[in-house]
Design a protein around this ligand. Structure first.
Ligand code: UDP
Length: 244
């Protein structure tokens, strides 16, 4: 949360947000599955102004070997922001924030992925943020799920993702960068819609218990919307004319 900029009108008298959305509206989301020839699975997502590529390798041998588990396969995740993804050039070295986001995305996917059929192997998830505008961890998580499915990794469900938050004392869906900086709360969520299980929930900011409940409700609604787009991306690749 940055300090409040008094010049930003986050919610106007007609209930419109600074980018013209209503409180319950997500940004435009488009996903394409299977965009990288050399990865085992991949996806490209545009989530509003966020642009992210996800590439999957595996299941494959684990290096270094001591990380391998004789009972199950493991997941590894690297979330990386390209130096040109944000306004101020980002240092290409991994930041604490990128280490944290890599960890939470991996942990959000683990309940979905069935890896015990692949002992001693690793599935690597590479997430490249090409352009960032708030909510990259949710967008990257949604893209990673589609890329895992594209790689044919067995899953219990796809993990969908969307944030809820609070601006101008009002609960909103899908927080953009401006709202994240000037708003009161940002609550990214990951959710498995078929199993109805939350796999990621973080909160930056302050909410009352009632606002928190509303955020969870609104966030799940956003995840359900993103889920439909994730499924559509897979259908387009695997069931469309001229099957690739
Ligand atoms: N951001 C930035 N520079 C950085 C890190 C983040 O400009 O080094 C911006 C970027 O637009 C990002 C937003 O701040 O999407 C919010 O970052 P946050 O840590 O809340 O994660 P996110 O919302 O992207 O999951």
């Amino acid at each position: 949360m940055g300090g409040r900029d008094p010049n930003v009108v986050l919610l106007d008298e007609n209930g419109k947000r600074s980018d013209g959305r209503t409180v319950n509206e997500t940004r435009k989301v488009t996903i394409k599955a299977g965009v990288l020839k050399n990865a085992n699975g991949s996806a490209y997502i545009e989530f509003g102004e966020n642009k992210i590529l996800a590439g999957i390798y595996g299941p494959r041998d684990v290096h270094p070997k001591h990380l391998s588990n004789p009972d199950t396969g493991i997941l590894r995740c690297r979330y990386h922001m390209s130096p040109f993804s944000v306004g101020e050039r980002k240092n290409p070295a991994p930041s604490r924030r990128e280490v944290e986001i890599s960890k939470v995305i991996k942990e959000a996917l683990e309940p979905a992925v069935i890896l015990d059929q692949f002992p001693r192997t690793v599935v690597d998830i590479f997430l490249e943020i090409l352009q960032a505008d708030g909510g990259t961890r949710c967008a990257a998580l949604a893209a990673a799920s589609v890329a895992l499915a594209d790689a044919g990794i067995p899953m219990r469900d796809m993990v969908s993702a969307c944030a809820a938050g609070k601006v101008a004392d009002t609960v909103i869906l899908d927080v953009n960068n401006e709202e994240d900086q000037a708003g009161q709360a940002d609550m990214p969520m990951g959710y498995m819609p078929n199993l109805k299980k939350i796999t990621l929930l973080q909160l930056d900011g302050v909410l009352t218990p009632e606002e928190y409940k509303k955020c969870v409700e609104v966030g799940i609604d956003g995840c359900n919307q993103v889920y439909e787009i994730q499924k559509k991306a897979l259908e387009e690749k695997y069931f469309s004319k001229g099957d690739q």
